[in-house]
Design a protein around this ligand. Structure first.
Ligand SMILES: Cc1cc2nc3c(=O)[nH]c(=O)nc-3n(C[C@H](O)[C@H](O)[C@H](O)COP(=O)(O)OP(=O)(O)OC[C@H]3O[C@@H](n4cnc5c(N)ncnc54)[C@H](O)[C@@H]3O)c2cc1C
Length: 306
């Protein structure tokens, strides 16, 4: 029996074959994934992960694809998306919340704000899911998801479910290269199922005002109407990558439909039909020019898959 037939037989949730990753990344770039699965429930997720392990089938969980550059050739293997209802849990209990991995960070942020729970205001405007936010320790204004996370429930295909408490979790905020940069110490084969976060009771209006202010700043400084993956390069110590790229005179530089944003130099935007190869080529130009003119080597922040 072909792998496709076997997957169809064992999975209860949605399955797609040769699914273009350009439909699932905020850069709108990426060739097809052989198999795309949206597990119906936890058991479905467990079954497909065990299958992938057994068949040595490469797999990857994708959140909203907002920190991803997917190659033009696509992904040879299985992409798992936790969009199903089972991963959308959002349960508030006094100053805590248990949030499913598939919940949008924006939804969690606004619901916490409406309840007068402060702590996540920084996340306004950070796209993506709770799962992606934990894995990338998403943050802004020197605060990040790790600061409010008290535990994370994960599923490992060979070890089952475990609950990682605050003391087991290590979030890196790394403002500097080569130290860890926006990471969490989860293994590559661990799937985040849910995270518990703790907030502080605060004034609703103050939270709303702070969120408005963060949102205003983002709109002012980031090309939010264009397709992008946020910041492309990590910030080297004590200087922002955007500032270096700007000073190197690279704002607006294009390769095909990939362009260094004229609004924020550390964003590469897709002007419509950009290919991953064009983004790579533009990234290489930026790195070479910044190294030549500023003597600083930039490292990618986005994750490349495929
Ligand atoms: C306009 C824009 C602005 C941005 N601003 C910021 C910002 O201010 N600060 C910031 O930190 N980031 C920012 N980002 C980057 C991005 O939004 C974050 O990194 C976000 O947390 C990624 O979440 P995601 O769900 O899209 O994850 P994805 O991009 O889909 O995946 C990221 C990683 O997480 C893994 N992953 C996702 N879900 C799970 C899961 N359930 N279990 C295990 N692994 C999982 C993936 O395998 C991948 O390795 C921005 C991006 C854009 C497009």
């Amino acid at each position: 029996m072909s792998l496709a037939k076997e997957i169809t037989r064992i999975v209860k949730g949605k399955i797609k074959f040769n699914e273009p990753l350009s439909k699932h990344t905020s850069l709108r770039i990426g060739g097809p994934a052989d198999y795309w699965v949206e597990p119906k429930d936890l058991e479905d997720l467990r079954v497909i992960l065990e299958f992938a392990l057994d068949r040595h089938l490469p797999w990857k969980v994708l959140g909203e694809g907002t920190n991803i550059l997917a190659r033009d050739r696509g992904f040879r293997g299985l992409i798992i998306s936790l969009r199903g209802d089972c991963f959308q849990k959002l349960e508030f209990n006094e100053e805590k919340v248990a949030a499913g991995a598939g919940v949008l960070l924006s939804k969690l942020t606004s619901e916490a704000g409406e309840r007068g729970l402060g702590g996540l205001e920084f996340a306004v405007g950070i796209p993506g899911t709770v799962g992606g936010g934990v894995v990338t320790n998403a943050g802004a204004q020197s605060v990040s998801v790790g600061d409010v996370t008290s535990s994370v429930k994960v599923l490992n295909p060979s070890r089952g479910i475990s609950l990682l408490k605050k003391e087991d979790l290590k979030f890196d905020y790394g403002e500097t290269v080569p130290f860890g940069y926006r990471t969490c110490n989860l293994g590559k084969d661990e799937v985040v199922l849910e995270a518990e976060m703790e907030f502080k009771k605060e004034d609703k209006d103050e939270i709303a005002n702070l969120m408005k202010e963060h949102s205003r700043k983002r709109k002012e400084t980031q090309p939010l109407r264009e397709a992008s993956a946020g910041c492309i390069f990590k910030n080297p110590s004590h200087v922002s990558a955007g500032e270096l790229i700007d000073k190197a005179g690279l704002k607006g530089r294009r390769v095909g439909d990939a362009q260094v944003s004229t609004k924020h130099a550390n964003f590469i935007i897709n002007r419509g039909g950009a290919k991953a190869e064009e983004v790579f080529s533009l990234m290489e130009t930026v790195r070479e020019e910044v190294l030549r003119k500023m003597g600083i080597r930039l490292e990618p922040e986005i994750e490349i898959i495929g």
